[in-house]
Design a protein around this ligand. Structure first.
Ligand code: GLC
Length: 531
């Protein structure tokens, strides 16, 4: 058997995957929160856009303290979003349009409302029920110095009415207790969950916090507890520490080897993509060895500052690292946890330049071999929203008083002149769960539809070019920088990205697609066929 997966070309290898943040895509029942029937009704937008797959954030039963990343029942749909029949209809409709479906799996922690945690609270200290989580005996101080990713201690006292309650570990919110993956029932339960959704036709899983499942034996202190959690700032870029007791422990890989087997027993190239915030490309590549994940998010691309040399370094490091394990790369610029890239690139510049750069960075990643992950609304050029404090809902806001992630999660504007812009069938003027800005009318799908210069029209052209041109060019990329210009070359296809302040002519040839009005101008990427 050959381990050279590049010859097999499974559907996901060069796919464009569109992330749907379920609460904020489309609301069919008019309660102000997006839902599965809403998504199903809007799937034609994704087919028209030209993506290959859709990734849905968690829609399982959940008290929604972290908007579904706190799962109370992995085998059921939260009534807020519909029911199991709605999930099945969504998968069927997507497949009917030629779109694959990836669902989110949250294995690091459950909700505190999950039957296992409720049983653990009820059963008391020392019980087998508590052994599925990380409980520790009462003590005046938490059992170790770990910090929650959302701020504060990673330990809370269990609310079981006793005078000396035990502590339990939660790397995220206190409503998200961490499972103890050394307990055999934990692994078995997740295999059943995988099969449950595979049997319903899903094509893959996005695995939440894939770098966190296994903790160092004995839960030793972190020697730098104030180091921000991976991915919570740009600390990943300069992170020289490979050894943190809660992240990226070698044992996580055994979990994924087992899951790989489970998926392999199903046909259709089912896949898993890891959300693993790891220190560098080399540690990321360990998740995509031939018997583990098919893909891992390449957060280095998202974290790179606006500079030709930074982008060049990420491309070179990534392709080298995944090449060593015969895997393919991924590229991502925005998701539901980070500031939207149009706004990130506007820092120190203007919103217009931010958007121009966002389009250019997108067109650059679309030229690369591997999968590109898009986040809903980036095809409309949506900026991060400055959500008013009284409207914020992110648990990290409640734990730290810092702004949090609500600003990238505002519901999509579809049509019309005022909120909710067609997001749901409610009275014009009424706002969905996060309020939409008054100035978003011009950004709606309907408003951009007919405008050739719109960001939506650009995304359609770029994705069409990707589908038409890339299958015919080599996967090998030559990467060059000259001053502020990054040049990526795949055979006779050149992607020319100008990160500087003055125009630089792209090479001679036929312009296939350009992210702005003028090829070669600042903040612009251009694809040219030089042959
Ligand atoms: C991941 C998710 C994030 C969630 C966290 C806890 O980082 O992307 O949205 O809050 O895990 O599950």
């Amino acid at each position: 058997m050959s381990l050279d997966r590049s010859k097999q070309a499974p559907w996901w290898r060069d796919a464009t995957v569109y992330q749907v943040y379920v609460r904020s895509f489309a609301d069919a029942d008019g309660d102000g929160v997006g839902d599965l029937p809403g998504i199903t009704a809007r799937l034609p937008h994704l087919a028209d856009l030209g993506v290959d797959a859709v990734w849905l954030t968690p829609f399982y039963r959940s008290p929604q303290h972290d908007h579904g990343y706190d799962v109370a029942d992995y085998r059921d749909v939260d009534p807020l979003f519909g029911d199991l029949g709605d999930a099945e209809r969504l998968v069927e409709a997507a497949h009917g349009l030629g779109l694959r479906v990836i669902v989110d799996l949250v294995p690091n922690h459950t909700s505190s409302e999950h039957a296992w945690f409720r049983a653990a609270v009820a059963a008391g200290p020392g019980s087998p029920e508590r052994a599925r989580y990380h409980f520790r005996p009462w003590s005046p101080e938490p059992p170790n110095n770990w910090r929650s990713v959302f701020g504060g201690a990673a330990w809370s006292r269990v609310d079981d009415g006793s005078e000396q309650p035990e502590w339990y570990l939660h790397l995220f919110d206190s409503t998200q207790p961490d499972l103890d993956w050394q307990h055999p029932e934990v692994g078995d339960m997740f295999v059943d969950v995988l099969r449950f959704w595979l049997d319903r036709g899903v094509d893959g899983f996005r695995v939440d916090v894939a770098h966190g499942l296994i903790k160092a034996a004995g839960l030793p202190d972190h020697d730098d507890p104030d180091l921000p959690a991976p991915g919570r700032d740009d600390s990943m870029v300069a992170r020289d520490r490979a050894d943190e007791p809660m992240w990226d422990q070698p044992g996580v890989h055994d979990v994924y080897r087992r899951w790989h087997e489970v998926l392999a027993a199903y046909g259709g190239d089912r896949m898993m993509v890891a959300e693993a915030w790891t220190p560098d490309a080399e540690s990321m590549s360990r998740y995509v060895r031939a018997d583990e994940f098919q893909q891992a998010f390449n957060f280095a691309w998202l974290l790179a500052p606006w500079s030709a040399s930074s982008f060049a370094d990420v491309v070179t490091d990534t392709l080298e690292a995944v090449g060593r394990v015969d895997a393919s790369a991924t590229w991502v610029l925005s998701n539901h946890d980070v500031v939207r890239h149009a706004t990130r690139y506007a820092a120190g510049a203007t919103p217009e330049r931010g958007l121009a750069r966002a389009r250019a960075a997108t067109l650059t990643m679309l030229a690369l071999p591997g999968s590109a992950y898009l986040y809903q609304g980036e095809e409309l050029g949506l900026p991060e929203v400055d959500v008013a404090p009284e409207d914020r809902t992110d648990p990290s806001w409640f734990r730290t008083g810092e702004v949090g992630r609500d600003g990238c999660r505002v519901p999509i504007p579809w049509e019309g002149d005022e909120p909710p812009y067609g997001f749901g069938p409610v009275a014009p003027g009424s706002q969905p769960w996060l309020p939409q800005p008054e100035e978003w009318a011009g950004l709606s799908v309907a408003a951009q539809q007919a405008d050739e210069d719109s960001t939506l029209a650009f995304y359609r052209r770029a994705l069409a070019a990707r589908r038409e041109v890339l299958p015919g060019v080599p996967r090998e990329v030559s990467v060059e920088t000259h001053d502020d210009v990054l040049t990526l070359r795949r055979g006779d296809l050149v992607c020319h990205l100008n990160c500087g302040d003055s125009a630089v002519e792209p090479p001679a040839g036929e312009v296939v697609v350009c992210s702005g009005p003028t090829p070669g101008s600042p903040d612009t990427a251009t694809w040219v066929r030089t042959g």
